[in-house]
Design a protein around this ligand. Sequence first.
Ligand code: HH2
Length: 280
Amino acid sequence: MRWRFVAGALELGGRTRLMGVVNVTPDSFSDGGRFLDPEAAVRQGIELAEAGADVLDIGGESTRPGSDAVSAAEEIDRVVPVVKRLAAEVDVPVSIDTRKAGVAAAALDAGAAIVNDVSAGRDDPRMLEVVREAGAGLVLMHMLGDPKTMQADPRYDDVVAEVREFLAERVRAAEEAGIERDRLCVDPGIGFGKTLRHNLLLLRHVDAFREIGVPVLVGPSRKSFIGALTGAEAGDRLEGTAGAVAWLAAKGVEMVRVHDVREMLRVVQVVDAIVRAGDG
Ligand code: HH2
């Protein structure tokens, strides 16, 4: 399965691929403020690429529960210098994590190849058009509500079926907007309007999203469901993240979005070897 984006493609369906997170924000839930300085963010991106990231995901707006929205100008100021440097200095594709078409367009101009939109193209009516015009890859993620309110009593009748139906509908919307199917990727949105039980069901039944027929990306890294299960703070969720990543790799999920690339690469290498061991 090939995932196409600006000037390149990634072969998916073998070992689970790693999208490394670079948050150029003051307020991200696990690393807010660490990489707000562009130099620090670029260094972090280079380090993640050297550690084995297959994609670098650059974000200038925290979408953690309760976070405040950021203006497009502010987001562009944060991410564009970092995208420009990383696109020139690393040889893995750069993804821009944004809900705003203007930010996506500026990042694509600066060398990004993929747009990761946690609103799945719903927040900004121009987003799908910007992605199509650039020939970018696109991640369509499920979120119930918006970051400000999403954790206030989220409810579903059948969380897996509803998230799958939503993602299938967003794939159709993207195709109708002229984006080819092989540029799309779907993500159930762990922690975005979900209780602990919802998150666990989405992970347990992750196969349901693979049925949509495009690659699946999942972002469990350091999230609060791990804190709920282990009692660990956000900066201390490496082993919990590894547990989730091992499960996803065993299920054959095409890509995981993680902060700790070096460690998670080792996890997926071991799981992949077990999954692919010959029976002879
Ligand atoms: N999670 C976060 C942000 N972007 N994108 C996708 N596709 N999937 C995810 O699960 C996802 C995402 C939240 O994590 P992080 O970027 O570390 O935190 P913050 O939003 O506070 O910057």
